[in-house]
Write a protein that binds this ligand. Sequence first.
Ligand code: PNW
Length: 446
Amino acid sequence: MSAFPEGFCWGVATSAYQIEGSPLADGAGPSIWHRFAHTPGHIADGETGNIACNHYQRYLEDIGLLHELGVNAYRFSIAWGRVLPEGRGAINRKGLGFYQRLVDALLERGISPVITLYHWDLPMALQDRGGWINPDSPQWFADYAEVLFRTFADRVTSWITINEPWVIAVLGHLEGRHAPGWRDPSAAARVGHHLLLAHAAAVASYRTLGHGQIGIALNLEPQHPAYPKAADLLAAQRRDAFVNRWFLDALFLASYPIELAQIFGPAWPKFGAVALDQIHYPGDFIGVNYYTRARVAAAPEAKPLGAICLPPPREKSTAMGWEIYPEGLGEVLGWFKERYGNPRVLITENGAAFADPAPCAGLVLDPQRIVYLRSHLRAAAQALAAGVDLGGYFVWSLMDNFEWAEGYSKRFGLYWVDRQTLQRYPKSSAHFYRSVIATQGAVLAD
Ligand code: PNW
């Protein structure tokens, strides 16, 4: 018996700045990640996305890899600044042309494009106007989205507005670990709200221009008390409000968790009923990016959450230091059925970085990644059997790429990328994933 239904979406995921390289080619405007990576001290080993995987030139070869895997869907993102170098106004035909060629080549191979409109690379020209703290930013985004809806409406029927608003707000504007590198709680709170408004505006625009499915992708992570004591339980609940319910409750319940006002203090704006009504906009599906859980301990001195996360034991840890915890995927999927009305869900990212060995006879042996993927795919199959409306699964990532602040030091790919030659080599996990797809999950039972 196969574990996944006919028509299940099998894919892999990437994002523009992480794989394309040539960030300024053909008239593209620079992005905040281009600027951030070129400011010393931000990225491990001083790396940038200048070359990345050179997918901008090698995209046909990479579509060959997708074909080899047998995926029926490919999630990638569009670099806003290639299409609109100033962020608004004049369209750069050459930049848009790259994505038109990519989409056509995917369709020729029978692979459905799943386009992420925003995977963190805001045009610098918009950042110079305040970026996502500017109250006009939702409209900038909706106008940019409209260009793409008009260009691709006839050929692309799956869209993701924004990737991981929490990471943009918190890592980008509160902790300063991602572009634009701010450390400003009040900015982070407003950015989160504007991202939700931007999502809502793009969904509304898609209703008039497109006839497919549109959603948002959230990074979701169960928060468990480190020890069975009241203080840790409360700390885990605060962190759950901060990481998960901030966006889930806004989208599905038209409210922000009350804990956010406590966590942010005076930096948390007073949102009126109208504002909350505007962010109550889930779209057609919810994208889940799942990697790990957190074990949370109360720590009153750790501002502003009063909580710290315990590191996992080394044998349960990936190269990112994230705990391998497949049960958490089932837990997250269960939230949708139990609390949020059983919407359609796509697992838009799941995967792991490990210290892979170099290729030997053309193959990279990565048994740990196979174990990781198999256990998470089993959790996904169980959730399906339990009635979760799960429509697809995307491995992060197709190939090793620019892992943000970690540079190229962390490898998430099903294909290994040689940093000297940029040649791609399959890992054994690529063969494993191909067999999962070919059997609709039947091999997971072995
Ligand atoms: C996601 N966190 O990022 C992104 O969507 C990908 O671009 C990225 O390469 C992938 O996961 C692996 O990191 C995250 O700190 C980055 O909780 C950080 C966090 C979560 C997701």
